[in-house]
Design a protein around this ligand. Structure first.
Ligand code: DAH
Length: 348
């Protein structure tokens, strides 16, 4: 019997020292699998019951139970200690120094081009216009043909630009949106403004950029006249630049309008007397406009004997530069934070 009790003690010691030596959950798992499973030496001790008398069984059974309890206690203590050590290690690794200064994110401002675009669109929306943005990539058909600029027309020369293939190009003006709008309206009268990017081969200097922005306007109805165009533009330009500005229409030429005009406003810098900004003319050109050419109406499905319309095209870069006193167009496209944040308006 003594031998048996000694054996229990030996096996228990062996198991407990394996538990004590465990460094992580893998070691613990190994102890459970190798030393405490049904096939382990410890479990095999049960086979001695058969060889013992009733009294001896009681003594042996008690010793075995005490050993089992000891082992279970040690095991759970060790598991708890390992878990705590692991949590502590993790905490140390993830330690945050809340006294460190944070990152400062500066918010920018709205690009003046978008600022001006918003302003112009809301003026026209308040006059009952809808807004439509045509695609940046346009077909030769809409960009030129539908604007009354056939294949060999000299007006193409100025705008022949960035072709993606023989019949597709980055649109060179927002005017094709006029034709797309007419197609959508199917003969019904309408008023629309179409903002967007345009692309043309050009010098890249302080006044020119290969990418720029325009807003196109188009009104089609019965009995629309040049007086409507003049009144609308006067209202629009005075809202944008101030009541004191004078408006001047000069005869001009565009293939898609007849008659065509160029529209100037009196110079804000010198009040019309003449200065370096207006090149001593007292006026600054701000947009092109005219009465929609009968060919353009016809191609759009409108009978020029019944319907007439006016159209205009405003260059936003020019307007933004005038309005904010920007001297280099490239500033509008380089996204320099120092430039853009000057136009912060707190609208976020
Ligand atoms: N599409 C012209 C351009 O880019 C601008 C323009 C002029 C648009 C007269 C019009 C217009 O709608 O009537 O130079």
């Amino acid at each position: 019997m003594d031998d048996l009790l000694k054996k229990i003690a030996e096996i228990k010691e062996m198991i407990i020292s394996a538990i004590n030596a465990s460094k992580d959950e893998n070691d613990i798992r190994a102890v459970k699998e190798n030393l405490l499973s049904k096939k382990s030496e410890f479990s095999a001790l049960g086979r001695y019951f058969r060889e013992l008398s009733v009294e001896e069984r009681i003594e042996f059974g008690q010793a075995l139970n005490v050993a089992k309890e000891d082992i279970a206690n040690r095991l759970s203590e060790k598991e708890k200690a390992l878990l705590e050590a692991l949590a502590e290690k993790k905490l140390k690794k993830e330690r945050l120094d809340v006294t460190l200064p944070g990152y400062r994110y500066e918010d920018g401002g709205i690009n003046p081009l978008l600022e001006v675009q918003d302003e112009i669109l809301s003026i026209f929306v308040s006059m009952g216009y809808e807004v439509y943005e045509g695609p940046d990539i346009e077909s030769d058909y809409y960009n030129f043909e539908r604007m009354n600029i056939p294949f060999d027309h000299p007006a193409r020369e100025m705008q022949d630009s960035f072709y993606l293939d023989k019949t597709t190009l980055m649109r060179s003006h927002t005017s094709p949106a006029q034709a797309r709008m007419m197609d959508m309206k199917k003969g019904e009268p309408f008023r629309v403004v179409c903002p967007g990017k345009c692309f043309r081969r050009d010098d890249d200097d302080a006044m020119h950029s290969h990418q720029f922005m325009q807003i196109e306007g188009l009104v089609i109805d019965r009995g629309i006249s040049l007086a409507d165009l003049k009144g609308t533009l006067e209202l629009f330009l005075k809202k944008l630049f101030g009541e004191k500005r004078e408006i001047r229409l000069r005869g001009s030429y565009f293939p898609f309008t007849e008659p065509s005009v160029e529209v100037d406003i009196s110079c804000a810098e010198c009040g019309g007397k003449g200065c370096s900004i207006c090149k001593n003319t007292g006026f600054i050109e701000v947009l092109g406009a005219g009465m929609v050419h009968p060919n353009v109406l016809k191609m759009g499905g409108y009978d020029p004997n019944v319907y007439s319309g006016f159209a205009f095209g405003v260059g936003l870069d020019r307007i933004a530069m005038l309005k904010y006193g920007i001297s280099d167009i490239r500033d509008l496209y380089t996204n320099d934070h120092r430039f853009v944040k000057q136009f912060k308006k707190g609208r976020f």
